[in-house]
Design a protein around this ligand. Structure first.
Ligand code: ADP
Ligand code: ADP
Length: 228
C-alpha cells in the first residue's frame, strides 16, 4: 500500500472550498513536492495528511490504515512553517531542542534516557549539524535552525517527514545545499519526504515527484512525474 493515499478528498471551511476532489499518493522512498500558490490549499492538505482535520469528503489512508483508525502518529514527522521562528529568548541548546522531539512522545523527561544523547547525535549528523550540538539555538542562522528542527522531527525515527515551506527563512545561496541535505536523507537514510512550497524556483531535480494544487504553475525543463 502507499504510505499515504488521498482519495477524492475535499475540504471546506465555512466560506471557502479549500480542496476540491484531490487524489494523490505518497509511496515509500518518494521525495515529493506539493506546489501551489498561496491559498491553493497546501496547508489544508498537510493538516489532512497529519490527521489534524478530517476531510469533508473522500478518504485518507496512512500506511494502508484508514486515518480514522490510524494510531501510529510517530510514523509521521512534521516540521511546521513556524518552527524556525522559535522563541529566541528561550536559551536552549541545539541538543536540548532535538531531545524535545523524544520528550514530546514520552512525556517530559526529568532525566534523559541513556541512549537519548546518541539518538540526538545521530539525528544531528543526518542534517549536518552534529558539531553544533552545544550551541544555543538562538545564535544559529535561519537555515541552521531549520536543520535542527528537522533533526528534532527525525529523532523519533518517523517513516515519512512532512515539511511545510522548509526554505522560508533560508538565504537564497544556501537553498541548494539545504535540498542536497534533504536528498541525502531521502536516499541514504530511506526517509520518505513530502514538502509543500509556493516557490517553484526552489524545486530542483533533487525532488523525485511533483504534485500541483493549481494549474497556473509551469515547469521549465523539469522532468516531473505528476502524482495527481
Ligand atoms: P495555502 O497553504 O496553499 O496557502 P490554505 O490551505 O492555508 O492554503 O488555504 C486554502 C484556502 O482556505 C484559502 O482560501 C484560505 O483562505 C482558506 N482557509 C484556510 N484556513 C482557513 C480557516 N481556518 N478558516 C477559513 N478559511 C481558511
Ligand atoms: P500557510 O501559509 O501555511 O497557509 P497561513 O499563515 O496562511 O499559513 O495560515 C496560518 C493559519 O491560519 C493556518 O492554521 C490556517 O488554517 C489559518 N488560516 C488561513 N487562512 C485563513 C482564513 N481565511 N480564515 C481563517 N483562518 C485562516
Amino acid at each position: 500500500a502507499p504510505l499515504i493515499n488521498i482519495k477524492e478528498v475535499s475540504y471546506e471551511y465555512e466560506q471557502t472550498k479549500a480542496l476540491d476532489h484531490i487524489s494523490m499518493t505518497v509511496e515509500a522512498g518518494d521525495f515529493l513536492a506539493i506546489l501551489g500558490p498561496n491559498g491553493s490549499g497546501k496547508s489544508t492538505l498537510l493538516k489532512i495528511m497529519l490527521g489534524l482535520i478530517r476531510p469533508s469528503e473522500g478518504s485518507v489512508e496512512l500506511f494502508g490504515i484508514d486515518s480514522k483508525q490510524f494510531k501510529h502518529r510517530e510514523w509521521i514527522g512534521y516540521v511546521s512553517q513556524k518552527s524556525n521562528s522559535f522563541n529566541s529568548a528561550f536559551p536552549a541548546t541545539v541538543q536540548e531542542v532535538v531531545a524535545g522531539g523524544l520528550a514530546k512522545k514520552a512525556g517530559l523527561f526529568h532525566k534523559l534516557p541513556k541512549n537519548t544523547a546518541q539518538q540526538v547525535e545521530e539525528a544531528l549528523d543526518a542534517v549536518g549539524m552534529k558539531s553544533f550540538k552545544n550551541r544555543s539555538i538562538s545564535e544559529l542562522s535561519g537555515g541552521q535552525q531549520q536543520r535542527v528542527f528537522i533533526a528534532r522531527a527525525l529523532v523519533s525515527k518517523p517513516k515519512v517527514l512532512i515539511l511545510d515551506e522548509p526554505t522560508v527563512g533560508i538565504d537564497v545561496q544556501n537553498v541548494q545545499a539545504f535540498y542536497d541535505m534533504l536528498a541525502a536523507l531521502n536516499r541514504e537514510r530511506n526517509i520518505t519526504l513530502v514538502l509543500v512550497t509556493h516557490d517553484v524556483d526552489t524545486v530542483t531535480d533533487r525532488i523525485s515527484h511533483v504534485a500541483c494544487l493549481n494549474q497556473t504553475i509551469h515547469f521549465h525543463g523539469f522532468k516531473d512525474q505528476l502524482h495527481m
